[in-house]
Design a protein around this ligand. Structure first.
Ligand code: KG4
Ligand code: ZN
Length: 335
């Protein structure tokens, strides 16, 4: 048995300040998440300046608590992994600067982690046996990607959204029917009380790419025309029809990708993978011989444990940061 590797992860790409200590990539010793949602809610979405300020205020305490709850002396840490991007530049910079300073003071390496790779790693925490190669579907507020995972550090993007991300569509649809940010979880619940009785056209996109802006616009137009005619809208039916449409698009494209890549091993992650309808329908594929993986709920939305987990694999691959390491708002995966 080799030496145990303890990674401190730091995530600050959007509206959560989070820190976590993970042992050997899979064992979460602590996870602290300081959510700013209640503040941003007042403005109907994430306000970048406010996010940066709140990260600055929270980060030192969040990291301190994560180390304390992990019950290991900080001298035992092997490296500090942080989200380099993509995300809000001001928010990312807080995590990057803190991680660099912290690692420098402890004389240990720091590891830049791509946020989407972090989302993918969330499944390694939940399923200790999950190993590449497999197909990954990442669905979050900012991303919708089909990725072929060749190894823990080597990826190939095989499909992505051409416009809105799935989570963005959930949040916008919620907004037009008067549901506060973030609307995804509320649409999820509301869908149980509704019927799929509103016709929503399926976007025509070639290959493995996605498009969600047409669906979003269709729903906005539907709501507006109902309002003009003074007709009532049943929010539950709208939520259900929208959710079912999204589920069928995600499943169709993923099955296409699975065929193309010749694998029945599929891991889904990202904030929207918390959606219970998406989980139910994908899990049904198990009856057809597919292996389906979803992270535990806490590891679906942004958290630092997933960053520490991916940080472990980057550590083994010696992908360390340089002192000039900077945040990158539009950080490309695999580059
Ligand atoms: O991964 P995440 O925390 O942040 C990004 O990296 O973007 O994802 C946040 C997104 C939001 O759009 C939120 O509405 C959505 O995930 N979300 C959900 C659910 N829980 C979170 N969408 C649908 N159903 C849910 N249960
Ligand atoms: Zn995320």
């Amino acid at each position: 048995m080799g030496k145990d590797i303890y990674i401190l992860g730091i995530e600050s790409s959007c509206d959560e300040t989070s820190a976590s200590v993970v042992k050997n990539g899979k064992e979460v010793l602590s996870l602290v998440i300081n959510s700013q949602i209640d503040e941003h809610k007042k403005y109907g979405g994430v306000v970048p300046d406010l996010a940066s300020r709140m990260h600055v205020e929270a980060i030192s305490d969040v990291v301190k608590r994560a180390i304390k709850e992990a019950k290991i002396p900080k001298e035992k840490l092997s490296a500090v992994a942080f989200t380099k991007g993509p995300g809000l530049i001001g928010a990312l910079l807080v995590g990057v600067s803190f991680a660099k300073a912290f690692a420098y003071a402890l004389n240990i390496p720091f590891i830049p982690v791509h946020h989407i790779k972090g989302h993918i790693a969330a499944n390694y925490i939940t399923y200790k046996e999950l190993e590449p190669p497999y197909l990954s579907l990442v669905i979050s507020g900012g991303h919708t990607h089909l990725i072929y995972i060749k190894s823990h550090v080597d990826y190939e993007i095989i499909g992505k959204t051409r416009d809105d991300a799935v989570g963005e569509a959930f949040d916008k649809v919620a907004r037009v029917i008067g549901i506060s940010y973030p609307g995804g979880p509320k649409i999820d619940k509301l869908s149980y009380d509704g019927k799929n009785n509103i016709d929503i056209p399926t976007p025509k996109v070639d290959d493995l790419d996605f498009s969600f802006s047409g669906i979003k616009t269709h729903i906005i137009n539907y709501v507006n025309s109902k309002k003009q005619k003074n007709e009532s809208i049943k929010k539950e039916d709208l939520a259900r029809s929208f959710t079912d449409k999204v589920v069928s698009i995600l499943i169709d494209k993923t099955l296409l990708a699975s065929k193309k890549m010749n694998t029945k091993k599929i891991a889904i992650s990202g904030g929207v993978s918390a959606n219970t309808h998406i989980r139910r329908e994908f899990n049904k594929l198990k009856e057809k011989g597919f292996e389906i993986y979803f992270p535990e709920f806490v590891y679906c939305t942004d958290n630092a444990a997933m960053i520490a987990s991916q940080g472990y694999y980057e550590y083994l691959d010696k992908n360390f940061g340089i002192l000039e390491e900077d945040a990158k708002a539009n950080f490309k995966i695999g580059v």
